[in-house]
Ligand binder design. Sequence first.
Ligand SMILES: O=C[C@H](O)[C@H](O)[C@H](O)COP(=O)(O)O
Length: 227
Amino acid sequence: MEELKRSVAREALKFIEDDMIVGLGTGSTTAYFIEYLGKLIMEEELEDVYGVPTSYQARLLALENGVPVVGLDEVDAIDIAVDGADEVDPYLNLIKGRGAALTMEKIIEYRAGTFLVLVDESKLVERLGQKVPVPIEVIPAAWRAIAEEIEVFNATAELRMASKKDGPVVTDNGNFILDARFHRIDDPLDLEIELNNIPGVVENGIFADIADIVLVGTREGVKRLER
Ligand SMILES: O=C[C@H](O)[C@H](O)[C@H](O)COP(=O)(O)O
């Protein structure tokens, strides 16, 4: 599995050119990409490339590997964003947010000229929600109310608990995460919009209609899916 992640990360480097502003995703697959990107920059094979991190994890990795970072508010545009995903459906709709970084990821990826997604083949599903819940970032005071309110969508929600801290996971933005399991997601775009209409919801992990290209690491090589 790690080799599949490495192979898509290596393939993603082909999309990066001099003078690009690159959105840096979060997670184990993108971590390889940031590492390899740093190597090319350090070896001066790429010049004037800057990364816009989607999380503290991406920022730390970029700094560690020699990728210069800038904030979203310091750039005019993002040429390309590169990130992993937890599920990809046949229309390239995604579920993201296992790493609780979904809000900044969506802010940056929505605005990128190209949004390139890196996954291994285990992430491909027929329908979103088949394997993983939909993460929802919420304002802490509203978590219980929202957990009850999303029952109208035929879903159950659980507050995500931390493993190396007592109590709930707290996101980079100081919020909580609800993991919501839906009976069946028929229209991802509609659900994405509906969830964000609930007061107290900051963002949710459905990324409908924004991925441009998905690179899939398979045992037979890297496959490219495009909308
Ligand atoms: O918040 C985390 C992100 O959405 C990740 O990009 C996603 O969970 C994929 O991570 P990984 O590449 O580790 O499977």
